[in-house]
Design a protein around this ligand. Sequence first.
Ligand code: TRP
Length: 344
Amino acid sequence: MGEVIQENSSQVNPGNIVMSGIRPTGFLHLGNYFGAMQNYVKMQTEFTCYFMVADLHSLTTHPDTSELKANVQRVLAENIACGLDPEKAAIYCQSQVFETSELYLYLNMLAYVGELEKTVTFKEKVRLNPQNVNAGLLTYPVLMSADILLHRAKFVPVGKDQEQHLEMARNYAQRFNHRYGEVFPEPEAFNFNSKLVKVPALDGSGKMSKSENQNATIYLSDDNDTIRKKLMKAKTDSGPVEKNSQMPDYIENLFQLMELVSEPSFIQEQKEAFNNCTIRYGDMKKQLGEDMVRFIEPIRTRAEEILKDGPYLEQVMKSGAEKARNSAIKTMSRVREAMGLSYF
Ligand code: TRP
């Protein structure tokens, strides 16, 4: 696995290109915010950034397109509400950059079926959905590689679950360069924060999720009462009976969430209360709920406003696609040239 490049790395320089994508399936949540979007927002001022809604990828598992446009618009609106700026970054939709499909085709000839079948995400999707094992699902990592290589991107901010795909993108870049001549830099995982922020689910069962575990996940679209209710239902117990005891996972998770949205003095106070066994989880969750509402409400309201403005969203998608295609067209003429496909 490639190492995750950190902010202080000497390899970071503003000439480098950043690319990332997010599928328009499910709802964006607090984990996406702290794991991805916050990172994008910082990067957009320092690098040339391409941020994409991966609608073609969603077709591998969600062939019904009746709600696709609405989902794409929601993801765009939520990202913009979190601070992504269409003036600074190219924010676009994958299907509108047609060059993606061409590069995907060429890269498919460099991808071996054996290695695709061994991909962890592929095996997982086959297990979950054995009745729709289509070829697009198998070549999902090839399409993702096309997204990245299309801009000759160097840095790809992604979560752990995508690192294997990124390794495959490096393989395809190497194979291409080796066979047809040097065109692609090798893309690497990138993270702006020196420590990866963990955003645990509310029931003590792993991370927040776009589609599963909805009661244990705080979505950016949750209304205030839903947020409060979810917090009140978060798993706790009757409290420690011995001073300075070990914190159970699910309580530690709540503290981790407080680190993201609550006042440091409140967190300190609660830690002390835990250590001397006077903690009242009900009160703590209530305050955490209020802090969470204070954090989510402005994002949700802004996203709702943006969503109502259809013409604005269309204009964002149009200008994003234009920027992305400018870059894609340049890369593709180098690709065709290198491959000997420029006949006239
Ligand atoms: N596969 C990614 C995910 O599921 C989304 C994605 C598509 C992506 N193309 C990309 C991420 C290119 C980074 C770069 O989250």
